[in-house]
Write a protein that binds this ligand. Sequence first.
Ligand code: F6R
Length: 238
Amino acid sequence: MKLIVTENYDEMSKEAFKVMKELLESKPNAVLGLATGSSPVGLYQNMIKDHKENGTSYKDVHTYNLDEYVGIDRNDPQSYYTFMNENLFKDVDINPENTHVPYGSTDEEAKKYDESIEKVDLQLLGIGRNGHIGFNEPGTPFDQRTHIVDLTESTIEANKRFFDNDITKVPTQAITMGIGTVMDAGKILLVASGEDKADAVKAMVEGEPDINWPATVLQNHPDVVVIADKAAASKLSK
Ligand code: F6R
């Protein structure tokens, strides 16, 4: 696991963009695994800026998103489908047919999505306060494939900021790539910002692989880059 610690969120996003750009230069038809949430927004802004200023093209890029809430309309402002369109897809030249965000509430739909995923070159991840990756909450087996999951109280609490701070409006289930699915990617890029991620980052970087801290599974992956800002890295001992 390669760890880069940056001064702040903007520097974290720039470092993450360097990793992304290197891949897109060597493989313009890369398959990207993408994430939503606050952590990757700065990276997406760098990608959009680079597309507009330098003409980096996404026309041959294919994307597969990690997760989506259950029971929310695709076009709901809070759906991850909408998030991806608003924060990245609408501002680059990606073919909408090449973008994939999971959708559904059944095991069959989860299996179908899992089987549709091409070999991912680069999987982008954020990390939850409880160490979740995707919506793989603590206790998720490391070999699980895409599945339907009940969100934990900690995750519902963390995500209420997107739902008028009203916990009753936050969906209670999601469809998520499993940890086994995530681990199939050729390379993993995880971005973490802020003090509330410090315990999870410490467990991921310094702890033993442990299903109670899902991100610790990344220690078993041969090519992981973690980019954490100073606050997220503040509990690391080394
Ligand atoms: C998002 C996802 C989640 C987030 C995590 C951190 O697609 O899968 O695991 O990456 O909850 O969220 P933020 O970045 O909002 O702190």
